[in-house]
Design a binder for this molecule. Structure first.
Ligand code: SAH
Length: 372
């Protein structure tokens, strides 16, 4: 690893050059993909053929594309599915059932994804931005600021890579299907709306245009950008919405989630209610439990009162302290009391398992450690 460090530091300065990410079929709608083929002087159906290899068969090896003339395969692959993400390193834990991948993008920018196999499902947690502009003080990604938005191709490539890893049996337990996708890696998905939306279509569109994974198996987690939630309501795509609330009161939330100065707790919950109303989907409230900061019984009471008649459930996440942070996770007894109080209001509550903790699984931590 020692030898890699200077190189990483150097490429990390490169984004200033603002090289454009190569275009990729995943950036486009099925219609636009056909137009792209025509624009390149190819019959429109070539776009569908490549989509089929990419989304249905998860293939990145044009040699095997037997429905396409041999002399055209490489060119088509370069034009339609250029490699946008390159694996820098993987770290595993939980006997290999959790794997965190660090990816280098074409301009040297680093992002992470995490693949987690459970008995009944396999979930990938992906990044939608390199860095994040939301500046939440407990989050490793927030500390570094926003480098840039990812393209739909770069987001989709993380998902397709995970689907390939599942299909090829890289995780213990043999081949499986990628079943769930959560936008809980680096970045604020609703601040990169168009690319995230295109990626959601790539996930949910049936083969050959997309991966054919149900919207119900996809979670979009947001700090609570109300304008983004309102746009999402009208997309007709019933993904699960997760709101990173972290405290029920505006005073503390203004510092824990600084965008709260723009959209208050009440406005965020109203937008989430409207989302639930339109999609019929229960939303989740993410709540990082931070010792003596947001874990007091009075806050549990306030949260219980806020949520008791809403179509929401609470997901408590023991804080994963970022390096140098003065904050730590709540005491087990405080966490248990918090759960008890919420449940006394009839609010469904779960405590997130802490998968990947020892591999710096919290948002942005692997990339941050690597850059250092
Ligand atoms: N920007 C989006 C998605 C990325 S983070 C959002 O904020 O929702 C995914 C979740 O991990 C968020 O709920 C975030 O608040 C939480 N998180 C970030 N850093 C954490 C940490 N150090 N410990 C526990 N949870 C953390």
């Amino acid at each position: 690893m020692g030898n890699d460090l200077p190189e990483i530091k150097l490429v990390f300065d490169e984004p200033k050059l603002k090289k454009k990410t190569p275009r990729h079929i995943a950036d486009f709608s099925p219609e636009q993909r056909k137009d792209l083929a025509v624009e390149l002087g190819l019959p429109a159906f070539r776009a569908n053929q490549v989509s089929n290899h990419y989304f249905t068969h998860l293939s990145s090896n044009p040699q095997t594309w037997s429905d396409i003339p041999a002399d055209l395969r490489e060119t088509l692959a370069e034009l339609f599915i250029p490699k946008l993400i390159e694996l820098v390193r993987s770290v595993t834990c939980d006997n290999g059932m959790t794997r965190k991948d660090l990816w280098r993008l074409h301009d040297g920018v680093l992002v992470e994804s995490v693949l987690m196999r459970y008995t009944d499902r396999t979930t990938v947690c992906i990044s939608s931005q390199a860095g994040c502009g939301m500046n939440c003080p407990f989050c490793a990604t927030g500390q570094a600021g926003l480098t840039r938005n990812l393209t739909a191709g770069e987001i989709t490539e993380q998902i397709v890579a995970a689907a390939r890893s599942c299909a090829s049996g890289e995780l213990p337990g043999g081949p499986t299907r990628l079943s769930n996708i959560v936008f809980m890696g680096m970045g604020e998905p609703l601040a990169n709306y168009n690319s995230v939306m295109r990626s959601l279509r790539n996930i949910t569109d049936p083969n050959p245009h997309g991966l054919g994974i149900s919207a119900r198996s996809v979670t979009v987690s947001t700090v609570g950008l109300v304008n983004g939630i309102e746009r999402l309501i009208n997309e007709g795509l019933p993904v699960t919405l997760a709101i990173s609330l972290h405290t029920p009161d505006d005073e503390l939330r203004n510092s824990l989630v600084p965008i709260n100065s723009r959209w208050k707790v009440k406005e965020v919950l109203q937008a989430a209610d409207a989302y639930a109303e339109k999609t019929g989907r229960r939303y989740s409230i993410e709540y990082a439990m931070i010792k003596d900061i947001n874990d007091q019984t009075w806050r549990a009471d306030l949260l219980g009162r806020l949520l008791k008649n809403r179509n929401a459930h609470v997901n408590l996440i023991p804080l994963n302290p970022t390096p140098g942070s003065k904050w730590t996770a709540s005491r087990p007894e405080d966490e248990a009391e918090f759960v008890r109080i919420l449940e006394s209001y009839g609010v469904p509550t779960t405590v997130r398992d802490t998968r990947g903790r020892e591999i710096e699984g919290a948002c942005g931590q692997l990339a941050a450690a690597f850059i250092k």
